[in-house]
Write a protein that binds this ligand. Structure first.
Ligand code: NAD
Length: 486
């Protein structure tokens, strides 16, 4: 397919102006389906660029916080309209930059529009409670107030939705933002930031700085004027950010990896469970934090489930994401492509049976394509049952009882999302009570979230804070308790 995306230099957006990095360095962004295709260049910024952005954001916050919620909300409604009008271009950029199929990229961009509208409406909702005082001549109430400057650090796998589900609540509650996207998806992110500019956001309220995580991400974590840091990404990076921000007394929120189980009970609708394993495990090339990576199946339906799964997986077409026949795109980066293959090798060496796939898909453009992969006979002590692979790999595990299934599901360090397929109400109730996951899904795939509901994990998947819906207010505001005596 011909490239339609313009190859250009995408600049930092600092204090209302598009600027080159002081260093003059740029970083190339390429298409994982065709690594020779350059999508654009983003700035290789230094701490100096970051400091300018934080300074601008700090100053702008003094004015921004004084606008009414309705005024801030009107601007977010405008961003939603601009993003909607640019949906096709931004979705195509996303597909070219990180390999998600075009329908998924459009769905994600539409989700971004809906999130913006949801939080725009928040500007008209309550910001506190009246609390009865023991003094009859006093009025006591709580009032939510912004924190100041919010640092937003995001991964490459949802380059529109994740930045928006962090920035929109930060902004509506009166904070200003310094946004550092993952370099691998920074062209898509730059286009999202352009929507804020086009909508008429005041100078300094939204700032955008690209560059190395170890420089710009770490710089945000360390900066004394960045009151709060919201992060989504890997555990290694997240835990380091948490320690750094905590050490200077800042507020932080971490959403990290998963090793999400899907339990298939004897009594379930097998076809539904098979579809959920495929969709939840392999869509987006398995690069969702909520993707199903362990399928824990009761003995009675194990063989039947396996046969049906194999039939359907063998019909999956892997392509560049833009062709309408592509069900699954490439891995997002060379590093990801190699890392998933390393896990497939380890799986075989540790004794799991490779039932399907496991190899790169040959192609003319050097794209990072992998076959959808299924392992059989996986046991909980194996690396592929414990570590996040972040690729199109399903591990099948056999159990006798649902109690055993839940114990196995919990036998990992992560606790993001989990699902069970069953019609038995007792199994459903014990699953809700006993599963160690922030997102508990019954007869539905592990990888599905709604923007108006709290989102986040337990155990090593999260700092136990929650994003999205009303829960975002907890993170992006603090409470003043006001006591007025006549
Ligand atoms: P990553 O941790 O490598 O990068 C995330 C962000 O952190 C990027 O912007 C990166 O530039 C930045 N960064 C890198 N090094 C840094 C440092 N030393 N200090 C500060 N920032 C730094 O993660 P990734 O590879 O982009 O994303 C994949 C991971 O994200 C997976 O583990 C996945 O499970 C996780 N994820 C979690 C959720 C969730 O909500 N739980 C959602 C999506 C992705």
């Amino acid at each position: 397919m011909e490239t339609k995306t313009e190859t250009r230099n995408y600049l930092n957006y600092i204090n209302g102006a598009w600027k080159e990095a002081d260093s003059g360095e740029v970083i190339e962004s390429t298409n994982p389906a065709n690594p020779d295709e350059v999508l654009g260049y983003v700035q290789g910024s230094s701490v100096n660029d970051l400091n300018q952005a934080v300074e601008g954001a700090k100053e702008a916050q003094q004015t921004w916080k004084k606008l009414t919620g309705a005024e801030r909300g009107n601007l977010l409604f405008k961003v939603a309209d601009v993003l909607e009008s640019r949906l096709d271009d931004i979705a195509e950029t996303m597909t070219r930059e990180m390999g998600k199929t075009l329908p998924e990229a459009k769905g994600e961009t539409n989700r971004g529009v809906a999130i913006l509208r949801y939080y725009a409406g928040e500007g008209m909702r309550k910001e506190g409670d009246v609390i009865p005082s023991t003094d009859s001549s006093a009025l006591m109430f709580s009032k939510r107030v912004p924190l100041g400057v919010a640092g937003v650090i995001t991964p490459w796998n949802f380059p529109v939705a994740i930045p928006i589900w962090k920035m929109a609540p930060a902004l509506i509650y009166g904070n200003t933002v310094v946004f550092k996207p993952a370099t691998e998806a920074a062209v898509t992110a730059a286009k999202v930031v352009e929507c804020f500019e086009q909508a008429g956001f005041p100078e300094g309220v939204v700032n955008f700085v690209t560059g190395k995580g170890s420089v710009i991400g770490q710089g945000l974590a360390e900066h004394k004027d960045v009151t709060a840091v919201t992060f989504t990404g890997s555990n290694t990076t997240g835990n380091n950010i948490g320690k750094t921000v905590a050490a200077r007394g800042g507020k932080y929120q971490l959403e990290m990896g998963g090793k999400n189980p899907l339990i298939v009970a004897d009594d379930c609708d097998i076809d539904l469970a098979v579809d959920a394993a495929i969709s939840g495990g392999l869509k987006s090339t398995g690069q969702k934090c909520t993707c199903s990576s362990r399928v824990i199946i009761q003995e009675g339906v194990y063989e039947k489930f396996k046969q049906k799964l194999l039939e359907k997986v063998s019909g999956i077409y892997v392509g560049d994401g833009l062709e309408s026949s592509s069900w699954m795109g490439p891995c997002a980066t060379k590093g990801q492509f190699e890392s998933v293959q390393k896990y497939i090798d380890i799986g075989e060496k540790e004794g799991a049976k490779l039932l399907f796939g496991g190899r790169p898909v040959s192609n003319d453009t050097g794209g990072y394509y992998l076959e959808p992969t299924i392992f059989d006979n996986v046991t909980t002590d194996m690396t592929i049952a414990q570590e996040e692979i972040f690729g199109p790999v399903l591990a099948l595990m056999k159990v006798n009882t649902i109690e055993e299934a839940i114990n196995l599901a919990n036998d990992v360090e992560f606790g993001l999302s989990a699902s069970i397929f069953t019609k038995n109400i007792e199994h459903i109730l014990s699953f809700i009570d006993d599963i160690e996951a922030g997102l508990v899904r019954i007869n539905s795939e592990t990888a599905g979230v709604e923007l108006q509901a709290p989102f986040g994990g337990m155990k090593a998947s999260s700092s136990y804070s929650r994003e999205q819906g009303e829960a975002a207010k907890e993170f992006f505001t603090t409470i003043k308790t006001v006591f007025i005596k006549s």
